[in-house]
Structure formats: C-alpha cells, structure tokens
Write a protein that binds this ligand. Structure first.
Ligand code: 5GP
Ligand code: ZN
Length: 144
C-alpha cells in the first residue's frame, strides 16, 4: 500500500528508529511516545486491523511484542507496561496498518482509581454479564 506510512517505513521509504526487523515482523519507536520506550510492533505486510491479520502473523507479531516488552522492562524498569492494539477510528486507530503498542508506564498517578475512571468502567449485574457472554459465544468460531 503506497500511501500507508507504516508500509513506507517497512519498505525503507520513510525513516524511523527501527528496533527490530525480520522477514515478517518489524518494530520501531513511536514518534510521539506516551512514555519513554513506546514501541510499535507490526507485520511487514499490510493488514488493516485484527479482523484482517492472519493468525500465524499475529502470533509472530505478539511474540516479538513480548520480547521487546521484556527488553523495555530490563532497560527502564517502568511501573507497568500496556500492550494495546486499536481497531477502528472510534477505538483510537489512526494508522490503518495493524500494530501493537508497547506503552511503558512511569506515572503512579495513573494507578488504580484514575486508570479505572479513564477506562469508564461500569457496574453491571450477573444477568447482564451472562447474557452478553451467551450472545458473543454464539458467534465464536473455534478450531480455525
Ligand atoms: P494508532 O492511533 O493507530 O493506534 O497509533 C498510531 C501510532 O503511530 C501513534 O501512536 C503515532 O504517534 C504513531 N505514528 C504515526 N505516524 C508515525 C510516523 O511517521 N513514525 C512513527 N515512528 N510513528 C508514527
Ligand atoms: Zn501499510
């Protein structure tokens, strides 16, 4: 995809601080880091989101995200690390080439209460949880 900036980075047509690269996966530093050591891990090939990426590629990207998270922890010893992957504009996706964010957390103000508020948690009844679980389970494809 010529217009995709992550494809351009993968093809060497755009600069980035590349921290990892193999034949299927690459990772580079986010240019607007949320915290020191914020990394993006992605497939070299263009897949829009979690709905497009093949299972085997997702596995490879995930394993590299784990290895890089361990390296970030060893390097900066953050208080915590989020692994986040956004799908769709309303979920915060701005670059439509699948990528996992590795986001180290250094600010304890985001612990507990503030973090919960930011995620907008709701209290729901056991019935609502059960109905929701049953509805999703009907659409769960297994063994693929
Ligand atoms: P999204 O919002 O799609 O989950 O995340 C896209 C991420 O890509 C953002 O965190 C943004 O800072 C990062 N990003 C966007 N353009 C570039 C770029 O040209 N170079 C690098 N290194 N990161 C980028
Ligand atoms: Zn792309």
């Amino acid at each position: 995809m010529e217009e995709c900036i992550f494809c351009q980075i993968a093809n060497g047509k755009r600069d980035a601080e590349i921290i990892y690269s193999d034949e299927k996966v690459m990772a580079f530093m986010d240019h607007r880091p949320i915290g020191r050591g914020h990394i993006l891990v992605l497939p070299r090939e263009h897949y829009r989101d979690v709905f497009e990426i093949p299972d085997d590629i997702l596995c490879r990207v995930s394993v590299i995200a784990k290895k890089l998270s361990i390296a970030v922890k060893r390097t900066f010893n953050p208080l915590g690390i989020n692994l986040i992957e956004n799908n769709g504009t309303d979920a915060g996706q701005t670059i439509f080439h699948f990528h996992i964010h590795i986001i180290p957390r250094y600010d304890s103000r985001y612990n507990n209460e503030l973090a919960k508020v930011a995620w907008g948690r709701k209290v729901v009844s056991p019935d609502v949880l059960r109905e929701t679980r049953e509805k999703i389970q009907k659409n769960l494809e297994t063994g693929k």
